[in-house]
Write a protein that binds this ligand. Structure first.
Ligand SMILES: Cc1cc2nc3c(=O)[nH]c(=O)nc-3n(C[C@H](O)[C@H](O)[C@H](O)COP(=O)(O)O)c2cc1C
Length: 385
């Protein structure tokens, strides 16, 4: 078997700052809407734990909210208060014990906050029904079912929101996370400052691109300067709004250049979610995202994460080999199969270098299986039975 065990980039370790990922397979952040008071529970332990025992290099925990007002639903996980740190530590300890690096997305829902859990719907919840007032760059609602009109953030609000990201980041590090991802995408708080469609401000945080980027850059710089050097920080952006006069790939490249200079380590290339009138059918959003990941990585010289309907290990491998990205983020395919890396190791003939958990390796890992067959079954053939 060793002769057919090809080296694959997907399964190559990757060192960034102080951390080493065992492979490039990363779980994309996926909100579970299952926390109470922002505190993760057994669902989160088992959910994230299954990806870690499934072999992911990086398990990126869902959008975790840095200020209670920024919860997209009541079930959002949080790091706005110290009491949320310890329950996260239980999870990061388990992830690390399985060989995964624990990462977390830090977020603020902005004008998309105060909504229903995703499986109920995507609409705003009125204050009288248990919702709460929201905040954004300007008093511009997302639209459609997300009708809530956010308060336009004052300069004092902006200072407080930046500090909320810093406090959230510090708590994340205390909880044991080694990779932080700042959620600047999907029309959430920071995204609402970036896009000219949602930012109508006339002060230094609105208008020209430099002003619209200011809030995000200030958050990124403050977070970078408040946590240890060896912690990796990435930023998720929507690379385009898919709308006339909106945010686009060119602005994303300019933003990525600035983020790189202030010490961000990777750009996770998502898209859309900024205005409600886009028809995503036929847009090939995953194709747009993958192309943007390649452009940003090549033009800016910063690592990118490719995301969007990546289900085939050969496709993941080809993206890495084509210098299309440095990290492969996988969402729904991981929900479908938390052991996706086991399948990918089979497909990419990487059994010899792939390490299963000890509990499984002796019987399904190649070395374990091979040894078992030779020692116990006295079978030198490679036939499965
Ligand atoms: C259940 C679910 C929850 C999600 N929650 C988040 C989130 O918390 N933060 C975020 O940036 N994206 C979120 N996403 C988007 C994913 O991170 C990912 O970008 C998207 O699912 C595309 O990748 P995929 O085709 O591999 O699923 C979510 C997606 C799903 C399916």
């Amino acid at each position: 078997m060793s002769s057919s065990d090809k080296s694959s980039l997907l399964f190559s370790p990757l060192k960034i700052r102080g951390i080493t990922l065992r492979n490039r397979i990363c779980v994309a952040p996926m909100a579970q809407c299952s926390a109470v008071d922002g505190v993760p529970n057994d669902w989160h332990l088992v959910h994230y734990g299954s990806f870690a025992k499934g072999g992911a290099g990086l398990v990126m925990v869902e959008a975790t909210i840095v200020e209670a007002r920024g919860r997209v639903s009541r079930g959002c996980t949080g790091l706005w208060d110290d009491h949320q740190i310890e329950p996260w530590r239980r999870i990061t300890t388990f992830l690390r014990a399985q060989g995964s690096v624990p990462g977390i997305q830090l977020a603020h829902g902005g004008r998309k906050a105060s909504g229903q859990p995703f499986w109920v719907g995507h609409g705003s919840v009125a204050d009288e029904d248990g919702g709460w007032p929201t905040i954004g760059a300007s008093a511009v609602p997302f639209g459609g079912a997300v009708w809530k009109v956010p308060k336009e953030a004052t300069i004092d609000d902006i200072d407080e929101l930046e500090e909320a990201f810093v406090s959230g980041a510090k708590r994340a590090v205390e909880a044991g996370f080694e990779v932080l991802e700042l959620h600047f995408a999907h029309g959430w708080l920071v995204s609402s400052f970036l896009s000219p469609l949602t930012n109508h401000r006339t002060d230094k945080y609105g208008g020209c691109l430099e002003n619209r980027m200011r809030f995000g850059l200030e958050i990124a710089a403050k977070v970078r300067n408040s946590i240890p050097e060896d912690i990796v920080i990435g930023v998720r952006i929507s690379v385009t709004d898919y709308a006339d006069n909106g945010w686009d790939i060119k602005q994303s490249i300019d933003f990525a250049k600035k983020l790189k200079t202030i010490g961000m380590d990777f750009i996770d290339c998502s898209s859309g979610g900024v205005v409600s009138y886009i028809d995503y059918n036929g847009l090939n959003a995953n194709g747009v995202q993958l192309k943007a990941a390649q452009s940003i990585q090549k033009e800016v010289g910063i690592a990118t994460a490719a995301v969007g309907k990546i289900v085939d290990p050969h496709e993941a491998e080809a993206i890495l080999r084509g210098n299309g990205a440095t990290l492969i983020f996988i969402g729904r395919a991981f929900l479908n199969n938390p052991h996706w890396p086991y399948m990918a190791a089979d497909v990419l003939a990487n059994k010899m270098s792939f390490k299963y958990p000890d509990q499984y390796d002796w019987c399904i890992g190649w070395r374990g299986f091979d040894k078992w067959r030779r020692d116990v079954l006295k079978d030198e053939n490679n036939n499965l039975f």
